[in-house]
Design a protein around this ligand. Structure first.
Ligand code: BG6
Length: 512
């Protein structure tokens, strides 16, 4: 693990942010007036500009259903950047960015919108005397993904002579296995896979990329990274927030689709995959696909033994009274949508056979924390047991994805004194103290990679298929189950039933 030394003032994170050459690019955001664009995409683009990472020649086009004047669009973009940027915004950088921005209003199935877009793109090219690469970013409601892709194909915007054309597709990619396959077919009937960048923003997080760095750049861990030494793995993605104003989306999705199918299974794939021979997009994704295919999908009948769902009830969060899920605005009073899900999964391959992977996620839990805890098996023999070494615990390696980014390893150590008494101590690495600058936001990394044409941190079509294959039977079982969904008080650790999932195997969840 890296440590900062007095003689090495260079900040390795900043070093990682070296300017990489990027072909001149026009980025087109469909859904540019939406929440994601305002909160995440525009601030990320601004920060890339701020760090000097955008291509030297860069244009931005917003497409959205809302009729609005160019000046209003620019004003709103400026406001969002000022409000949500990770770095303190510099007016001259914003001005430079917005001076290259255009707005195209219109509904997504209207061919005229695409004609107008084509004119805007061609005008940028003519003005500069070069052909810009084109990146179409679909940040709309998912029902528009196939509509936009089809229209791009029909209006001959899916490729461009002399430059690259790419399409970035936001989540959710599909609603279940069948709809994900349909969407993949629709996208791949217009674009080649190498042009397609399916977003999972967790893959853009520094700490998620660090899982591979940690596993494959240290000799120490890989020899024990298997069924012989690992007892079980717990992956937690707990959130303290409720669903806010997203009832329309969330009530149709639920925790399983919203977080498990994508982010959590991706974390698991990073933990379980075999080392790739190189870090090229396809080598990495080949290994991920292999391990995803090895995750045993339950049968619908097995689901009650391996999955638990819950819904938050009213409670207290950070000292404030908060309503239950069913009282949230826009949620039907009889909704059975889960806001919590816990699963017990297994990976049926040579390395992992028999090791349980416990996954849990939920809204309105005690705190926001995303972590992977790998518990090793206990030592086979305790020579100093007679001396009272009751404090010996199995080693635990915890990779904290957020918010306190880092890695910690628990070890047994002797308590100073005449007797051989042992207690667990922690060896820790924190991003905050080791690397002196703030990590880039996931979206900064991903937008940059899409512009560079590097798909390593994006989900390939066969990966999407494999992820839904694991989730599909659970969705089916929960849809068929007419019973009540367990309630858990907001601000707590989730439903008691989830504890049983581990208790019957003699284990407990890590405290939240
Ligand atoms: C999104 C989900 O994909 O991830 C949200 O739709 C969730 O419901 C969010 O809150 C969590 O992301 P992060 O980066 O805050 O952990």
């Amino acid at each position: 693990m890296a440590t900062a030394t007095a003689t090495a003032p260079e900040n390795p994170l900043v070093e990682g942010l070296e300017r990489l050459p990027v072909h001149p690019t026009t980025l087109v955001i469909f859904g540019a007036t939406g929440d994601l664009a305002h909160r995440k995409l525009l601030p990320a683009i601004y920060n890339l500009g701020h760090e000097g990472q955008l291509p030297e020649r860069f244009n931005l086009v917003g497409v959205s259903r809302r009729e609005k004047e160019h000046e209003d669009f620019i004003g709103e973009m400026r406001e969002s950047i000022e409000r949500f940027s990770r770095t303190s915004p510099k007016p001259e950088v914003i001005d430079a960015l917005l001076s290259r921005a255009r707005y195209v209003p219109g509904v997504f199935d209207d061919p005229q919108v695409y004609q107008q877009l084509e004119q805007v793109l061609a005008a940028y090219d003519d003005e500069a005397g070069i052909t810009f690469n084109r990146v179409f970013y679909l940040s709309t409601a998912p029902e528009f993904f196939p509509v936009i892709v089809k229209a791009l194909g029909e209006s001959k915007l899916a490729s461009c002579e002399g430059a690259e054309t790419r399409v970035v597709v936001e989540k959710p990619f599909g609603y279940d296995l069948a709809s994900a396959r349909k969407l993949n077919d629709a996208v791949l009937s217009v674009f080649d896979e190498r042009q397609v960048f399916r977003i999972d923003h967790y893959l853009g997080k520094e700490t998620v990329q660090n899982i591979m760095a940690f596993r494959f750049s240290n000799t120490m861990f890989e020899p024990v990274w298997n069924r012989n030494y690992i007892d079980h793995v717990q992956i937690t993605a707990a959130e303290d927030i409720g669903i806010g104003s997203r009832a329309g989306y969330y009530d149709n999705a639920g925790a399983l689709r919203d977080l498990v199918q994508n982010h959590m299974l991706q974390l698991m794939a990073n933990v379980c995959m075999e080392p790739p021979i190189s870090f090229s997009a396809d080598q990495v994704r080949d290994e991920k696909v292999k391990v995803i295919q090895a995750i045993r999908a339950p049968t619908v009948e097995e689901v009650p033994q391996m999955a638990v769902r819950g819904q938050y009830a009213a409670g207290r969060e950070a000292g404030e009274e908060v309503p239950g899920y069913l009282q949230e605005e826009g949620v039907p009073a009889d909704s059975k949508t889960e806001t919590y899900a816990a699963l017990r999964l297994e990976v049926s391959n040579w390395r992992w056979a028999g090791v349980p992977f416990y996954l849990r996620t939920g809204k309105r839990l005690a705190r926001k924390v995303t972590e992977i805890a790998v518990e090793l098996k206990p030592v086979p023999h305790l020579a100093f047991q007679a001396q009272g070494s009751l404090g010996v615990q199995p080693n635990q390696l915890v990779l904290t994805v957020q918010p306190d980014e880092g890695v910690s390893l628990s070890l047994g150590a002797k308590i100073p004194g005449a007797r051989m008494r042992i207690r667990p101590v922690n060896m820790e690495f924190h991003y905050g103290t080791t690397f002196l600058s703030q990590s880039p936001e996931a979206y900064e990394r991903l937008i940059m990679d899409a512009m560079r044409g590097d798909a390593t941190l994006f989900t390939r079509n066969d990966e999407v298929d494999g992820l839904w294959r694991v989730i599909d039977p659970i969705l089916t079982a929960w849809e068929q189950d007419r019973g009540d969904v367990a309630q858990y008080p907001a601000g707590g650790a989730g439903p008691a039933l989830a504890d049983e999932l581990l208790a019957r195997e003699g284990r407990t969840w890590r405290p939240l």
